[in-house]
Ligand binder design. Structure first.
Ligand code: CA
Length: 236
């Protein structure tokens, strides 16, 4: 696991806790060395401080995302909503807010890793309504075009594709997709928005991933269920 943190004392404390929890840890103290180390060492998770000298955490996350699908947990200093959402917008999978308890940090790390490892269990691909999602390869095609999804975006889409035309509240989604018993529900909102930008023809007027006002979200897949009549004469 790669810990990117410029405050040496904090980086050391975090490393000690993570090592104690059984992880291999390396530290990068600035953005550029983080990118170098991520590329050469290929960590299974990056814990990324938002406030770094030179290249800040948001930019590091953007650049990581161009070449790697490694899960990223953003560490936000101020804990303002804007900061958290900015972190998630750039492709972070989760965030923790300073000051965090070491226990909370280890829980978050384990939760993210559990999600990314769980997908290695062979689950059958889903093919429906123009989507072809392959959990083993962690790839999604939408009308034949590959979608570049982050870990959680992938999990969210996989969950909804398996349960089309059902409404889920943000609380239900954060519990089942994120595996959190607690957490900020705006995380779900942000991921839904990001997913819409990738799957909707017009993300401002979603036709697939719909908001059910006051309830939650629903993935509408009109082609599932009964066959439309024009297809009933056979052939596809
Ligand atoms: Ca910092």
């Amino acid at each position: 696991m790669l810990v990117v943190e410029d405050e040496a004392t904090l980086a050391g404390v975090v490393r000690d806790y993570l090592v104690q929890a059984g992880f291999q840890v390396r530290i990068a103290a600035d953005g550029f060395s983080a990118l170098d180390l991520a590329a050469s060492w290929q960590p299974d998770l990056v814990l990324l401080d938002r406030m770094l000298p030179g290249l800040d955490g948001v930019e590091v996350c953007r650049r990581l995302r161009r070449t790697m699908s490694v899960p990223v947990i953003m560490v936000t200093a101020l804990g303002t909503e804007d900061d958290r959402i900015l972190g998630l917008e750039t492709g972070a999978d989760d965030y923790v807010t300073k000051p965090f308890s070491p226990r909370e940090l280890v829980l978050r790390v384990k939760s993210v890793l559990r999600r990314s490892i769980k997908e290695f269990a062979p689950e059958p691909p889903v093919e429906t309504a123009g989507f072809l999602l392959d959990p083993a390869a962690r790839t999604v095609l939408h009308h034949g075009e590959p979608l570049a999804l982050t870990l959680r975006e992938f999990d969210l889409l996989a969950f909804l594709l398996r349960r089309p035309n059902q409404v889920f509240s943000r609380e239900e989604l954060i519990k089942t997709v994120w595996g959190w018993d607690f957490g900020d529900l705006s995380t779900v909102t942000v991921h839904v928005r990001r997913l819409r930008e990738k799957i909707e023809a017009d993300p401002t007027a979603p036709q697939l991933l719909k908001t059910v006002w006051g309830v939650g979200y629903r993935l509408d897949l009109p082609e599932t269920g009964t066959l439309p009549e024009e297809d009933s004469h056979g052939g596809r």
